[in-house]
Structure formats: C-alpha cells, structure tokens
Ligand binder design. Structure first.
Ligand SMILES: [Zn+2]
Ligand SMILES: [Zn+2]
Length: 113
C-alpha cells in the first residue's frame, strides 16, 4: 500500500554486427544495417561487400559473392536498358512529329476558313 520506491535495472538491447565472411566487426562510422546484402541477407564488411550502381542516394549493398555472380546479368540488364531508352526516344520523336504535322494540318485548315 502507498508508495514504494525501487531502483530497477534497465536492460538495453545491443546488437553487434560482424562480417559473415571474415568476422570483422561492422560499425563505427558505417551504418551496420547498410551492410546487409540486398540479395542473400548476409552481413559484409567493406572489404567483402560493396554498394551497387543503382541511381539514387541509397544504392543497395551487395556482398562480393552476390555482386560477382551478377556481372553478366548486370551487363544484359544494361544492354536491355540502353535499347529500351533508344526505343522510348524513337517513340517520343514519332509522337512529336505526329503532333507537329497535326498542328500544321489544322493551321492550314484554319487559314482556308
Ligand atoms: Zn569481411
Ligand atoms: Zn550476398
């Protein structure tokens, strides 16, 4: 009954991250959660992993193993992307020229009236 003062010990969770390839501790200036491989989920230090070349401020992180096996895939992806951009450009040009000729046609009609 009443008030009872008690000193309680607080438990704080602390996670230590280590590289899954060489057991080196990951942390310090690096953000540990950004050292988790985007594909396999293993943790890798900066010697055993790297950031991808995706556009944007936060590229994905990959362990060396996943990055290396992806070399040919990335090459193919890049080729598809380049072709895709070429096609988009072609399509855009066709659209613009169609719109321009339509505008020209309508301008001529207006002049006739
Ligand atoms: Zn390592
Ligand atoms: Zn990986």
């Amino acid at each position: 009954m009443g008030a009872k003062k008690e000193i309680v010990e607080q438990k704080v969770e602390k996670i230590t991250y280590t590289c899954d390839f060489c057991a080196k501790k990951i942390g310090g200036e690096d953000w540990p959660w950004r050292h988790e491989c985007h594909i396999c989920g293993r943790y890798a230090c900066s010697a055993h992993g790297q950031y991808g070349d995706e556009p944007g401020d936060y590229p994905n992180f990959y362990c060396n193993e996943c990055w290396k096996i992806g070399e040919d895939y990335r090459k193919t992806m890049k080729e598809i992307e380049d072709k895709m951009y070429e096609k988009i450009e072609e399509c855009e040009k066709a659209w613009h020229s169609a719109a321009k000729s339509l505008a020209r046609e309508n301008n001529q009609k207006e002049k006739k009236i």
